[in-house]
Design a protein around this ligand. Structure first.
Ligand code: T3D
Length: 268
């Protein structure tokens, strides 16, 4: 299916290896989110989840930016005009998107090709593994326009980099350079600009060939660890491992180990 505001390349085309690539594609406004782009993303994620040959998702942006957050042209108004219900937009678009990326059963790699601001930064951080071009930056831009960090920012940032740094980024709204973002543990890796997409595609293809069912369970365990005691987490690990013990991938992994060959995982 073709989209107006994103590009979506499914596995099996020029992009082989079980990887689907979703490119935010409104470069004139630095790929800012508007309702139409949200609808396109939702439909593409439906496509990805409905196709069992897709075993990893790669998200990136077209042009010089990753995403500048909410499209502010839709927020321009004169004093006295009724205010928008920004909470309704979070309910309808951003919150389901963040939940969906976090809960997706396949690994999601994000290649941050340029500036990621506002909800653009926090949607990137909802992905499983974030790579960023050396020239990219992350901006908690919300306070510049009188808003609070959303799209999961107040949840993710203190957990990833600690409260002091999270507060600093949110209140100063200073851009955090990709190199520093890696150093602080906000992202997985910063890579040279011209190497970003090759590295991100390679990583996504590599993950797609790994035991993706175990990845889904790993994502679940990490997510639940936030609210669990150690005892609860140990119980959860036991339950999930019991399921993994029954998978074809576990049989294949152990067989391949003793046959001294590379395992061929199927995500089953
Ligand atoms: O309202 C709700 O739905 C609630 C949800 C809110 C979630 C949020 O994300 S709130 C935060 C919204 N985002 C921002 O506040 C960031 C706005 N953008 C910027 O601060 C800067 O553009 C950047 C720091 C990201 C990049 O700066 P720079 O100098 O590299 O580029 P620029 O010149 O500012 O932008 C280039 C063009 O993109 C420019 O258009 P023009 O002048 O060439 O016609 C600019 O207006 C446009 N653009 C950039 N960001 C947005 C945008 N247009 C609409 N919305 C944007 N967010």
């Amino acid at each position: 299916m073709a989209y107006d505001n994103i590009l979506f390349e499914r596995a099996g085309g020029t992009n082989a290896g079980g990887v689907a690539t979703l490119t935010l594609n409104r470069p004139d406004v630095l790929n800012a989110f508007n309702p139409a782009m949200h609808e396109d993303i939702k439909a593409a994620l439906d496509e990805a989840e409905g196709d069992s040959s897709i075993r990893a998702l790669l998200i990136t942006g077209a042009g010089r930016a990753f995403c500048a957050g909410a499209d502010l042209t839709e927020r321009r108004r004169k004093p006295g005009d009724p205010p928008p219900d920004t909470g309704a937009f979070l309910d309808k678009y951003y919150n389901p998107l963040v939940r969906r990326l976090v809960d997706m059963a396949i690994p999601v790699v994000c290649a941050v090709n340029g500036v990621a601001a506002g909800a653009g930064a926090n949607v990137a951080l909802a992905c499983d593994i974030v790579l960023a071009a050396r020239s990219a930056s992350f901006i908690q831009a919300f306070a510049r326009i009188g808003l609070i960090p959303d799209a999961g920012g107040t949840y993710q940032l203190p957990r990833l980099i600690g409260r002091a740094r999270a507060r600093g980024l949110m209140m100063t709204t200073e851009p955090l350079a990709a190199e520093k973002a890696e150093e602080w543990g906000l992202i997985w890796k910063c890579v040279d600009d011209d190497a970003l997409m090759d590295e991100a595609r390679g990583l996504a293809a590599d993950l797609a060939a790994k035991p993706t069912r175990a990845f889904a369970a790993t994502k679940q365990a990490l997510k639940e660890s936030d609210g669990n005691s150690l005892a609860e987490q140990l119980d959860l690990e036991r339950d999930l491992q019991r399921e993994m013990g029954k998978t074809e991938d576990f049989l294949e992994g152990v067989t391949a180990f003793f046959e001294k060959r590379k395992p061929e995982f199927k995500g089953r």
